[in-house]
Design a protein around this ligand. Structure first.
Ligand SMILES: *[C@@H]1O[C@H](CO)[C@@H](O)[C@H](O)[C@H]1NC(C)=O
Ligand SMILES: *[C@@H]1O[C@H](CO)[C@@H](O)[C@H](O)[C@H]1NC(C)=O
Ligand SMILES: *[C@@H]1O[C@H](CO)[C@@H](O)[C@H](O)[C@H]1NC(C)=O
Length: 345
């Protein structure tokens, strides 16, 4: 079994989903493809061929496999690996804090999390509404180098929870560990196949089984893949990148990947709860099913309907003080992808 669970690169699912389900391969990285119509306004906020059921498919058989989900208050412990600017940390922290904020303007990040809250465990308990920022750790001096593997990522987490000064707390109940790597750090399979992944640590390495996720800042290595649509790959001529809501392409791109991974960690923390596909080594989880879908009509190569701010930036939901562009997640009650900015809500 691969110990990573590679997943997530921006945009485009549609037919790819069918391919993924048929071949059950987690390594099919999404690659932006040339738009079907040669238009520079492919992001046009007009309705294309509108689909009521974004991402819906008769091929999707998302099932509950009896494992635990995160029903207790969730605490996110962030490890900042490499060099991070104060403002970059602020954007990411505010996104995470927005998940359970009561007072953001509709459509909100908290509204986005409501779809995740629809998932339950065997006892009928829903995923927690509360997601809090926990203690953080700075790994400024690249404790395990500038090229990490799936296994050395676990060693980075071990260093953080066993540090002599201010170790991250071990919180088996609702604790998550989020490793974020700066743009000069390469992680196994980054860019080619994945922009982030989640899994759990091994007691043999870390001493505990802790759900964790890694998300990389792709600004230097592959923004066209992992910070799409705020950057577009060279091989799509004529397509202009969208302006990102917080003025930092790498970080604004990470926000959606972090949302993707948190939604999956909550519903499938030990990779034995909510996923589609026959093979637990290659689970297709609730955010995988909606990759590239950010608004009504999304699917195929189209992001769906988004908003344009007065500053020209594109977003689809409001946080406490900022705006974000975050992909939708699968809603198992209605069997399609949903998000707070859906037009029919
Ligand atoms: C797309 O259209 C533009 C303008 O109509 C044109 O200049 C460009 O060559 C076209 N690109 C492709 C790949 O057809
Ligand atoms: C969980 O979070 C809620 C809302 O922040 C809070 O009222 C409650 O006391 C928390 N429960 C525990 C067990 O920490
Ligand atoms: C809990 O999950 C059930 C089943 O999906 C759903 O009907 C209910 O609305 C959820 N409750 C909350 C608070 O989201």
């Amino acid at each position: 079994m691969r110990q990573g669970y590679p997943r997530r690169c921006p945009a485009l699912l549609g037919l790819t989903l069918v391919t993924v389900l048929l071949f059950l391969s987690p390594v099919i990285g999404w690659r932006p493809r040339p738009w079907p119509h040669n238009k520079t306004n492919a992001y046009d906020h007009t309705f294309g061929d509108s689909k009521k059921f974004e991402g819906s498919s008769e091929f999707v058989h998302l099932k509950y496999h009896m494992g635990p989900v995160l029903t207790a208050n969730i605490t996110v412990h962030t490890i900042w690996y490499g060099i991070w600017e104060r403002n970059q940390k602020k954007v990411i922290r505010e996104f995470i804090s927005s998940i359970s904020a009561a007072n953001s303007k509709h459509p909100s990040v908290a509204g986005w999390w409501k779809t995740v809250q629809l998932y339950t465990d065997q006892t009928g308990s829903n995923i927690s509404r509360t997601v809090r920022l926990g203690a953080e750790k700075n790994d400024r001096f690249y404790s395990h180098g500038k090229s990490l593997t799936r296994l050395s990522i676990q060693s980075v987490i071990k260093s953080a929870v066993t540090a002599k000064t201010k170790p991250l707390p071990i919180s088996p109940k609702g604790g998550l560990y989020l490793l974020l790597t700066s743009p000069d750090v390469y992680v196994q399979d980054f860019c080619g196949q994945v922009c982030g992944f989640h899994y759990f640590t091994f007691p043999s390495i870390v001493g505990y089984t802790l759900p964790y996720a890694w998300v990389g800042n792709s600004a230097k290595l592959c923004p066209g893949v992992c910070a799409y649509p705020f950057a577009v790959p060279d091989y799509i001529p004529g397509l202009k990148p969208l302006k990102s809501p917080n003025g930092d392409i790498g970080v604004d791109g990470m926000v959606s990947v972090i949302g993707h991974e948190l939604a999956e960690l909550a519903t499938n923390p030990l990779v034995n709860a909510w996923y589609a596909g026959q093979d637990p080594s290659f689970p297709v989880e609730i955010a995988d099913l909606c990759e590239g879908i950010y608004g009504t009509g999304g699917g195929g190569s189209y992001t769906g309907q988004l908003f344009s701010g007065e500053d020209g930036a594109t977003f689809n939901m409001n946080g406490i003080r900022r705006r974000f562009l975050v992909q939708w997640v699968w809603n198992h009650v209605v069997s399609y992808c949903t998000g707070p900015n859906a037009l029919d809500q």
